[in-house]
Design a protein around this ligand. Structure first.
Ligand code: PMP
Length: 373
């Protein structure tokens, strides 16, 4: 099976499985208990925090481990809400774990502003400029779009914020960027960053939130006070330790080079049929969109699976719902959107694998069009 839905999830590294197993079956101690064994696990978790901070390019700050980026995004946004005449800014391109939190703030009576996307799939700066004010409490934007691979210029967002809303916090959902695209939180100048391990070959159900300072958010779950009181519940030690194994294995720059080449090889094979549209947003090479005029994306997806190729239909979390909010916002028409599939690579694929996938896509599309005649 050739798996081209790596923005949805990735296969866990064997090394992570070993680490996971060790901390599930041998060093299985509760980090909050008092024994020496527990203290050892506690400090092992602290070491993971240091590794994450280093990979994020942070010179200071903290890492709160969570049950994945959906939870990190909830903590960052809901935890930053304060009573008073404040406003919260999001883009129309956000993942449901941000977008739907924004909508729930709106329902709860908070002042929420949504900023549109431009034709490049990135946030519209004119609208952002208009939305920012002294009242802005939080701006939450993604680094890399999970739907298109478009990359937001977060540094420019922060510069604009410093000018128009100096007190506002900036949260970045970096799920599709962390360990894939080089960036540093110090360089970007952001306050909070969400990430998720299963997008870079770690376990599912574990992620984290980088906080420049622990006082930026309040806890949204009450309990035993783990994770500096910001995320109660016994830490998922095996998964957090396995996350560290993935961090240590990945070479971001090397992988980026590989994926750029893989995408070139794949696109060359797909271009054999000029009717297939490749939507390239010139962002992350890990993600692109293909449009198959005349054939539904979902029909293509199922036909391709029969041939041993798995592609995506936009965000797995929303794939079963009709339409695609993000492509609609960028300005694509309904037909193109319905005929689209998301392609997403991982750095450990081979050129022959992606070439074969491209050829199978061309062949399958040709056959589907024939059938429809
Ligand atoms: N944000 C983005 C941009 C994502 O792509 C995803 C995963 N589809 C998430 C958040 C949610 O991450 P998790 O699966 O860890 O909850």
């Amino acid at each position: 099976m050739i798996f081209l839905d790596n923005a949805g999830t990735t296969r866990m590294f064997e090394e992570c499985v070993k680490t996971y197993s060790h901390y599930a079956c041998e060093e299985f101690y509760n980090p909050s208990a008092v024994s020496r064994k527990s203290a050892h696990v506690y400090s092992a978790l602290d070491e993971v925090r240091r590794v994450v901070l280093r990979k994020l390019g942070a010179v200071k700050g903290n890492i709160i481990f969570t049950g994945g980026a959906t939870e990190s995004n909830n903590l960052a946004i809901k935890g930053a809400v304060r009573n008073g005449d404040y406003e919260y800014i999001f883009s129309n391109g956000e993942h449901p774990s941000v977008y739907n939190v924004a909508k729930s703030l709106l329902l709860a009576g908070r002042k929420v502003k949504f900023v549109g996307l431009n034709e490049k799939g990135t946030v519209n700066f004119d609208e952002l400029k208009e939305a920012l004010s002294e009242k802005t409490r939080l701006i939450s934007l993604m680094l890399v779009s999970n739907e298109t691979g478009a990359i937001n210029d977060i540094k420019k967002v922060v510069a604009l914020k410093n000018e128009l809303a100096p007190k506002a916090l900036v949260h970045v959902d970096a799920v599709q960027g962390f360990m894939k695209i080089p960036f540093s939180v110090e360089d970007l100048g952001v306050d909070m960053v969400s990430f998720s391990a299963h997008k870079f070959h770690g376990p599912k159900g574990v992620g984290g939130l980088y906080l420049k300072s622990l006082t930026l958010v309040k806890n949204i779950v009450d309990g035993g006070g783990q994770e500096y009181g910001l995320r109660s519940g016994t830490e998922n030690v095996p998964a957090i330790m396995a996350l560290k194994t993935a961090l240590e294995k990945i070479d971001v720059k090397e992988n980026l080079k590989n994926v750029t080449k893989l995408k070139e090889v794949f696109n060359k094979a797909v271009r054999a049929d000029e009717r297939i549209k490749i939507l390239d947003f010139h962002g992350s090479p890990y993600i692109e969109v293909l449009v198959f005029p005349g054939v539904k994306g979902e029909t293509m997806l199922h036909a391709l699976e029969e041939k041993g190729v798995i592609v995506g239909l936009g965000s797995a979390c929303s794939a079963k719902k009709a339409g695609n909010r993000i492509l609609e916002n960028i300005g694509y028409n309904k037909e193109d959107i319905l005929s689209s599939c998301r392609i997403s690579f991982n750095a450990y694929m081979t050129e022959s694998e992606v070439r074969e996938a491209g050829e199978k896509i061309v062949e399958t599309y040709g056959k589907m069009l024939q059938k429809l005649k």
